[in-house]
Every structure is written in structure tokens, then in C-alpha cells.
Write a protein that binds this ligand. Structure first.
Ligand code: MSK
Length: 664
């Protein structure tokens, strides 16, 4: 159901000033965006589709089911609960498949790098060695690339693994969580296998028990979170460097009047990295000059944007919801796309301007686009061919409009390792100070705001939730297009600490971090799993992820990937809050998602249709965990004097650790 906010029937209020500015200018008068299409649809969503009770799994239907009405079950007898569970599970499978196919490309690119092919190198040797240990790869006396090759081959084998042993990366999870997965029989075995089994079990006439379907949905999601996505993030870090904090800028004003503007949109960083390297080559810069441009300005869109923002500080022009606005400036010579989250409408918007949409991946072609295949094995030449095409468009640029004041400073690059280092210090990197500050109550808990943008809650929903969380001393971790939206809102800079509650503000100011930490793209939600596990291992906050005062939300989820992410968080023991789920037409199954999963998994889904309500639920869940841990009492602050320090046997108290610590 659409939520009415600010008196808006179709929930399409635009609050983002750069978006409003671009759409209001003359160039954009013929541009139709998703905002217009939401308004012009003039009908509400199909009741059966939006509540999960339309079954199209065989040719006896489609069957539109009404829960509790005997004549309105499926022709095969399938109930609303079975149909909705199958639909939900297939959504998880599709989302996991998207992450999986992305991850496979990254692993193959990693193997080529290990073989010495292409422009990339092994940059994070420390991380390589830790993965080598996990995969039982001998490191002693071997060359870095030799180790990398064996790690890469073992990682690739995880996709097609057929034995019944758990995926290697699941060994990183807290022991108690691994035991839960084993007991339930949901430890993921092979990355591809779980998606295939999920599709089989939701075929007509197979699994008809919604609780049993959810077991495989959990296993499929876990094969994504602790398998495909985690492998992708880790190998990408090893190849391109683990992100470290860096300043950058976001929003539509990052485009430049006097340069060739090329936006990179999609997900796989192999393409974006090659473009970044090639755009600095003298022949490309010379070509740009010949066309009358002062240089080449690369800017990101969606999660490819997050990847190069985190690692290179390349600016991000917009998130998912802004992809059409980026083009409506008329200032973009080409939008280079690969896979996932690319609206078909971008080709239509581009027709109003000199802009070309360049597809680069054989999996994802588009009518009206130019296809220039990106070849991993010849990455730089491929990238140069794409850049050349884009640069030659510069001379054709007509009237354009860039909202030049719409540029917001951000600090990004908070990988798990960075948080460890920032909070713990180089010589004793650990989550101890974070855990201590949660235990002493300065930080109330951790809230992850992840996922997409959509048109249902207004484009400021992420900001509303984040402001409420930080005001209540909840440290926010952000990924994906949510992170970009929070950057536009000015919450990704240390100065935003002034918006935080006193405890969180004190920690942020002491350490010099923003109250909202940008942790990467949507595939990088696996970083949050690793961070949560590190908090458990550090001690004092229980012995499982389900004990942590931590909760996640994807308030504006759009993609099936977000549902896969939600389910792998829940199956890992973390509560999640979404704006809606397409399951409400099946009462028992819907209740099972919202309550029943607690018993087997120690976490469940939550739904709220208003951003403030989402924030309130998140805070309530955090408080409940604090109470269960016995850390909900307000602690008296004690400033340590020298005698007390001597009692502790140390004269050095680390950043953010000025209280009496975890002692009850
Ligand atoms: S791009 S999956 S809209 S986060 Fe990752 Fe953004 Fe969601 Fe796509």
C-alpha cells in the first residue's frame, strides 16, 4: 500500500533540491522520469501481486488466491501461504543469483590478476593471507600471485561445490550461529546449488510447506551473504585495495561544464576500475582536449559509484532514483552501464540529448543503446574504446544545466578493517572500544541503513531515519544507494556529529568519524556481517549476532537483491525493518516472517510504513537487546584519575574509552 506523506497521494514528493532544480529547468521539459510515471499510472498496484497471492508457476492459472476463501485457492489446491512463500523464496533466489553472477565475475577477474593478466594487481596482501588461511592455502615460501591463484581457484570452486559441507566463508560466523545453521540444516553448501534448489522447490508441485520453503530461502540467502557477496567484497578489496577513509563529493553538481562527463552505472567494479585507469592515460586526455574539453570527468551512479567512491574518491552523481536526473542535465557525454539497477528509461531520456547509453556486458543489452563489449582480458583497450566513443560526443553537447551548488562533502571508506583501526588503533586494532561504548551506553546500538531508493516513502526517508537514529545515539552503518542518499543529506561527514546524541557525538568527535559510516555498495553488506561477528568475538555483548543491540533496515527497497540481503541478515540473527513485503495476503506465512522466524533463527522481519516508525522500531529492538544483555541501566560516568589508571595497570586509555568499562 502506498503511504501518503505530506498530503501526496502517489508518494512522489521530491524533496531533493538538486533533483528539483534539474527537473525544473527548460532542458528537462520533455524528459519523463519514474516520478512522472508513478503519477501518471493513475491506478493502484494489483492487489494479488502486491500481497503475494498471484501464482504464475504453471499454466493452469494464473491463480489469484484469497486467503480463507475456499473457492479461491489455486487450481492445484495451493493455499495463499504456499503461494506467497514460493514467491518470497523466488525473490530471495533472484536477488542471490544477481549477487552470485556478479561475484563470479569478480572471482574470475581475480584469477586473471593472479595470473598477471590485465591492469590490476594484488594490493592487499594482508587480506590475501588471511583468506589463504581460511581456505587452507599454504603461504610459506610462495609468491604472492601463486597464493592468490590458489585462493582464487578455491573461491571459484565454492560456486559449483556439490558436497554437503558448508561454504568455507561460513567458518567466519560466530560458533553459536554456525551451530544453529547446522541444527536447522541450512548451512549453505554450494553458491549456485542453493539458488537451483530454491527454484526447484518452488516449482509447481514440490515444496508445499511454507516453513520448509523458508529453510531453503534462508540457506539460499546465506549462500549469498556468507558466500557470493562476501567472496566478491574480499577479493575486490585484495585486488583494488581495501577502502580507507577519504574525502569525496556526491550529488548532481559533481558534473563539470568544461570536461567530458562520463557516468558509470551498474555494479561490477572491473569495468569502472579500468575506466578510471584509462581516463588518466595521455592519449585519452589528448583526445578530450582535441574535442575542446579540459579533461575527463568520471562520476558514479548507483553501486558502481559506491565502489569507485570508496576506493578512489571518484565522485558519485546520484543513486538509483537519480539516474534519469543525471541525464536530464544534458551534460553527460555517455552513461556507461553494466548490470543491475539500470532503468530501461535511461535510453529514452538520453534521446533528448547528445548522450549515448553504452552497454558493456553481453548479459545486459538495451534498445536504443550502443553496445561496446567490455573484455576483461583486454581491459584497458576495451575501456579506451568506450572512453573514445564518449569523448567524441563532447562536441555535440548542446544546452545543458548542472546544479553546480549541489555538491556535498562526504567521508567514505569505512570497511570493517577501517572501523577496527579507527576505533581500536593501529597497534591494538579491535572492536573493544566500540563494544565498551555500547556497554557503557554512550553508543546505544548499531543501525544499518542499506539498500535502494524507490518512490514509495518519499526521497528523504533514509535521512529521516538516520537523523532519528543518531539523535538517539545509534551509530549508523550505510551501504548502497541508501549511503548515497545519506551523503546528499550531509550525514557522511564528521561535522554531522553535532546532530547526534551526546554519547555518540562524543565518540565521533573523539575518534573523528561521522555518525553515519559509508561501508560500500549493496554487495558490501557482507562487511556488516563481518563487523557484527567481530563485535561478538570481542566479548561483552553476548555470543551470537542475535544478542547484539544491532538492527538493519532497507526502507526504500526496490531490488530483489534487497530481499536476499534482508533474509541473510535475519538468518544470521539480525532483525530487519522493511517498508513492506509482498506477503501480506497470506496471513499465516506473513505472521511467520514477522514473528515465527524468531524461534528457529533468533530474528525476524518487521514492517513499518513511515520512516519515523521504522526508526522507532529499530530503537525499540536495540533497547530490547540492551535489556536482555543487562546493559540497559544508565551508568554513572567516572572520569579516571591517575590512581585509577594505575589500578588498571595502564596509563593509556584509548580513544572513546573514558568510562568504567563493562564492569557491571
Ligand atoms: S544499486 S540494488 S538500487 S542499493 Fe546496488 Fe542501489 Fe539497490 Fe541497486
Amino acid at each position: 500500500m502506498a503511504v501518503k506523506r505530506n498530503g501526496c497521494e502517489s508518494c512522489t514528493d521530491i524533496t531533493c533540491s538538486s533533483t528539483k532544480e534539474v527537473l525544473a529547468q527548460g532542458n528537462a521539459k520533455n524528459v519523463k522520469t519514474a516520478f512522472d510515471r508513478v503519477k501518471s499510472r493513475g491506478m493502484s498496484a494489483c492487489l494479488f501481486g502486491s500481497t503475494g497471492t498471484c501464482c504464475r508457476h504453471c499454466n493452469m492459472g494464473p491463480c489469484q488466491i484469497i486467503d480463507g476463501v475456499e473457492e479461491m485457492i489455486g487450481i492445484c489446491g495451493a493455499t495463499a501461504d504456499t503461494v506467497a512463500a514460493r514467491g518470497f523464496a523466488r525473490t530471495v533466489a533472484a536477488g542471490s543469483a544477481a549477487h552470485t553472477d556478479h561475484a563470479r565475475e569478480m572471482v574470475k577477474g581475480f584469477i586473471e590478476t593472479a595470473k598477471g593478466n590485465g591492469p590490476n594487481q594484488i594490493k592487499d596482501v594482508e587480506k590475501l593471507l588471511s583468506l589463504a588461511q581460511l581456505f587452507n592455502v599454504v603461504t610459506e615460501g610462495r609468491e604472492v600471485n601463486e597464493i592468490a591463484l590458489e585462493v582464487g581457484e578455491k573461491a571459484l570452486a565454492e560456486f559449483g561445490k556439490q558436497d554437503d559441507q558448508p561454504l568455507t566463508m561460513t567458518k567466519r560466523a560466530p560458533e553459536k550461529r554456525q551451530a544453529i545453521w547446522k541444527k536447522l540444516g541450512i548451512a549453505p553448501r554450494g553458491v549456485d546449488r542453493e539458488v537451483v534448489e530454491m527454484m526447484h522447490r518452488t516449482h509447481m508441485g514440490v515444496d508445499q510447506d511454507y516453513q520448509n520453503i523458508m529453510l531453503q530461502a534462508s540457506r539460499t540467502a546465506l549462500s549469498d551473504g556468507w558466500g557470493a557477496s562476501m567472496l566478491s567484497t574480499e577479493l575486490t578489496d585484495i585486488m583494488f585495495g581495501t577502502p580507507v577513509p577519504r574525502r569525496a563529493i556526491v550529488d548532481l553538481g559533481v558534473l563539470k561544464m568544461d570536461q567530458v562527463n562520463i557516468t558509470v552505472h551498474g555494479h561490477e567494479p572491473l569495468l569502472a576500475e579500468a575506466l578510471c585507469i584509462a581516463a588518466q592515460e595521455p592519449d585519452m586526455l589528448e583526445l578530450a582536449k582535441k574535442q575542446g574539453a579540459k579533461g575527463i570527468n568520471l562520476a558514479g551512479v548507483c553501486c558502481t559509484g559506491n565502489e569507485i567512491l570508496m576506493r578512489r574518491g571518484i565522485p558519485v552523481a546520484g543513486g538509483f532514483i537519480q539516474q534519469e536526473m543525471v541525464l536530464a542535465t544534458g551534460a553527460v557525454e555517455a552513461m556507461v552501464v553494466d548490470v543491475q539497477c539500470i532503468m530501461q528509461s535511461v535510453a529514452e531520456v538520453a534521446k533528448n540529448f547528445h548522450t549515448d547509453i553504452i552497454t558493456t556486458n553481453y548479459r545486459a543489452k538495451m534498445p536504443g543503446a550502443v553496445h561496446l563489449q567490455f573484455e576483461d582480458h583486454d581491459a584497458i583497450n576495451s575501456a579506451k574504446a568506450i572512453l573514445t566513443h564518449a569523448i567524441k560526443n563532447f562536441k555535440k553537447r548542446g544546452q545543458c544545466f548542472i546544479p553546480l551548488n549541489s555538491k556535498v562533502d562526504v567521508v567514505v571508506g569505512f570497511s570493517h578493517e577501517t572501523i577496527n583501526y579507527m576505533l581500536g588503533g593501529r597497534f591494538r586494532g579491535s572492536y573493544r572500544p566500540l563494544n565498551d561504548n555500547i556497554i557503557n551506553g554512550r553508543i546505544r546500538g548499531v543501525g544499518a541503513i542499506v539498500g535502494c531508493d524507490n518512490f514509495k516513502l518519499g526521497d528523504d526517508a533514509h535521512e529521516i531515519i538516520a537523523r532519528e537514529l543518531i539523535k538517539n545515539d545509534v551509530l549508523v552503518l550505510a551501504t548502497g544507494c541508501a549511503a548515497t542518499a545519506l551523503g546528499r543529506a550531509g550525514l557522511l561527514c564528521p561535522e554531522a556529529a553535532k546532530l547526534a546524541g551526546p554519547g555518540l557525538a562524543e565518540v565521533c568527535e573523539t575518534v573523528g568519524i561521522p555518525p553515519v559510516l559509508h561501508m560500500g555498495s549493496c554487495v558490501d553488506n557482507s562487511r556488516i556481517l563481518i563487523a557484527a561477528t567481530a563485535m561478538v568475538r570481542e566479548g561483552g555483548l553476548g555470543d551470537d549476532i542475535s544478542d547484539l543491540p544491532a538492527v538493519g533496515t532497507a526502507p526504500l527497497w526496490m531490488s530483489e537483491k534487497a530481499v536476499a540481503i534482508g533474509q541473510y541478515f535475519v538468518a544470521s540473527g539480525a532483525q530487519v525493518v522493511f517498508q513492506s513485503l509482498p506477503t501480506s495476503g497470506a496471513k499465516a506465512f506473513h505472521k511467520y516472517l514477522l514473528e515465527g522466524l524468531m524461534k528457529p533463527l533468533g530474528a525476524h522481519w518487521n514492517i513499518a510504513e513511515d520512516p519515523m516508525e521504522i526508526a522507532r522500531i529499530m530503537i525499540a529492538r536495540i533497547d530490547a537487546k540492551r535489556a536482555a544483555l543487562g546493559i540497559d541501566k544508565q551508568r554513572e560516568r567516572v572520569l579516571f584519575d591517575m590512581a585509577m589508571r594505575r589500578d588498571l595497570g595502564t596509563t593509556s586509555i584509548g580513544a572513546g574509552c573514558h568510562g568504567p568499562g563493562p564492569k557491571a
